[in-house]
Structure formats: structure tokens, C-alpha cells
Design a protein around this ligand. Structure first.
Ligand code: SF4
Ligand code: SF4
Length: 116
């Protein structure tokens, strides 16, 4: 997430909160049939070739809509958020890996968020 809690929208981040909500669990293509069944039966979301658990960060806070009625989300500890959160938004990590970026994120290109 790239916007502080209760801040005005000053960047391309649309404050959808998706990056702080969905937890990547497994690559769909690497799952064996019984694993596919297990994860689908538990209702995990499939997106970008991954299974995602709906596991919002405890610091994710809903904000007041800007007037368009669309809910916005922010980080309640934005000024002291962990380094991994500061590094988010398509940046390459030291290990050469990228973060999972949700579909529809306006902070990165289409090439990001895809499993490697
Ligand atoms: S600490 Fe803040 S930026 Fe990091 S995952 Fe939680 S809500 Fe998102
Ligand atoms: S998924 Fe992208 S657009 Fe949505 S809050 Fe996170 S950084 Fe912003």
C-alpha cells in the first residue's frame, strides 16, 4: 500500500487495499490434483495463477469514501510500517524476487504480480 491512512490521493495508488488483504498461498500450476481440490473446497480465490487467502492485515483500516462512494483503505501504522511494505509496488527485492501484486493494482505494470 502506498498511501498513508486518511491521506488524500496524491499518487496512482487507488487505495483499494488489495495488496494488504490477499495472502498468496500456492501457485495453481504447482498443485497436485488433491491439493487443487483441497484449496478450492476451502473457497480460496484464484487470481494471477495463484491461490489467495482472504487474510487482511490487522493494520488495514477502512477510510471514508472520497465522495464517489468507493471505499478506500489505508495503513494505520503507515509511518512505521515494516520494510517489506515500504518496498512494495513492483520493486525487485534483493533476492531477485518480486512481491505478489494484486490484479488491478494501479501502482505497477502488467508484468508485475505474475508468479515467476
Ligand atoms: S502494515 Fe500497513 S502497509 Fe503493511 S500490510 Fe499492513 S496495512 Fe498494509
Ligand atoms: S493494490 Fe495497488 S492500488 Fe491497491 S492499495 Fe495496494 S498499491 Fe494501491
Amino acid at each position: 500500500m502506498n498511501s498513508p491512512f486518511s491521506s488524500p490521493a496524491t499518487s496512482a495508488c487507488k487505495r483499494c487495499g488489495e495488496c494488504c488483504r490477499w495472502l498468496p498461498v500456492a501457485l495453481v500450476r504447482q498443485c497436485k490434483p488433491h491439493q487443487l481440490h483441497y484449496l478450492r473446497e476451502r473457497g480460496l480465490k484464484e487470481s494471477g495463477g495463484m491461490f489467495l487467502a482472504d487474510a487482511p492485515c490487522r493494520h488495514l483500516k477502512k477510510e471514508e469514501p472520497d465522495g464517489d462512494g468507493i471505499p478506500r483503505w489505508g495503513c494505520a501504522i503507515y509511518e512505521r510500517r515494516p520494510a517489506t511494505c515500504r518496498d512494495f509496488c513492483g520493486k525487485t527485492l534483493s533476492g531477485g524476487k518480486r512481491y505478489f501484486v494484486p490484479e488491478g493494482c494501479t501502482m505497477t505494470s502488467d508484468s508485475h504480480g505474475k508468479p515467476e
